[in-house]
Ligand binder design. Structure first.
Ligand SMILES: Nc1ncnc2c1ncn2[C@@H]1O[C@H](COP(=O)(O)OP(=O)(O)O)[C@@H](O)[C@H]1O
Ligand SMILES: [Mg+2]
Length: 255
């Protein structure tokens, strides 16, 4: 198996309490790999570790054989990992296109905020970035809204803009934190389609999501977390039939 994303015995504690404990897993290039588990299970913390927002208390993480430990977010972005946030991190006073450009500027520049503030070095470069941003808007079904102020967007479009912004860094791996949270059924279906199309582009996806219909429909593999610890790993079918998972998570709210 090609080396892609690997975590080896990672632990992250906050004030002595482990949000992630001794967690190991590996994902395959080209796959949609989902992380599920109850609220507070440590899913967002895991994404924060993988993107350099937090550093692990102990353990190793590698992407394509390169260590992620000690790397700041902009370095990890350059290695090819991008993410969406559970709560959209969109600049509401900027247009849809401008928000997507923030991601483009980050590509090859020094970071999210400095990238947002830096100006492209030439008109030609600016035009190229804008073309690239427009392509991502077309891909996410947002091109007709390119010049709209972002604060006027319905929530479903805001969640897709979050994806367009993340794609603008040209990631090899996209981490998506609850992309369907707050979406209605038809918007959730569209998000599922978008995830499949992202995978078809050759971008690997790591998905955190509570909508089990969506997760089971798009995932090649799943990891189940419970209180920050590994509970199970497997295909959608294996996970749906795993008694430990049903007891800890999937059975919740049934009967
Ligand atoms: N910066 C932080 N400081 C203290 N505790 C945190 C911090 N971030 C996350 N936690 C704790 O870690 C646990 C896992 O949280 P989180 O990763 O957000 O879970 P999930 O995304 O699975 O709902 C929770 O108990 C949360 O309170
Ligand atoms: Mg979370």
């Amino acid at each position: 198996m090609d080396l892609f994303l690997e975590a080896e015995n990672i632990t992250k504690t906050f004030g002595g309490v482990a949000a992630i404990f001794n967690l190991s897993f590996a994902t395959r290039k080209g796959s949609v790999y989902s992380v599920i588990g109850p609220n507070g299970a440590g899913k967002t913390t895991l994404f924060n570790l993988l993107t350099g927002i937090y550093q692990p208390t102990s353990g190793n993480m590698r992407f394509e054989g390169k260590s992620l430990v000690g790397q700041p977010p902009h370095k990890i972005s350059k290695l090819g990992i991008s993410r969406t946030f559970q709560t959209p991190q969109i600049f509401l006073n900027m247009t849809v296109l401008e928000n997507t450009l923030v991601g483009c500027h980050n590509h090859g520049s020094s970071g999210f905020f400095s990238g947002a503030l830096s100006l492209p070095s030439s008109r030609k470069e600016a035009a190229r970035l804008e073309e690239q941003a427009m392509e991502n808007l077309v891909f996410c079904g947002l091109d007709h809204l390119a010049n709209r102020e972002s604060d006027a967007l319905p929530y479903g479009e805001l969640k897709r803009l979050e994806v367009a912004r993340a794609l603008s860094t040209k990631p090899k791996l996209l981490l998506m934190d609850e992309p369907a949270a707050g979406l209605n059924d038809s918007e959730t279906g569209e998000m599922g389609e978008l995830i499949r199309r992202i995978q078809k582009l050759g971008i690997s996806v790591m998905l955190v999501e509570h909508n089990m219909a969506l997760v089971m429909a798009v995932s090649d593999g799943l990891l189940v977390l419970n209180y920050g610890e590994y509970l199970a790993e497997g295909t959608p079918e294996q996970i749906q039939n795993n008694p430990k998972v049903i007891e800890a998570y999937l059975g919740m709210g049934d009967d």
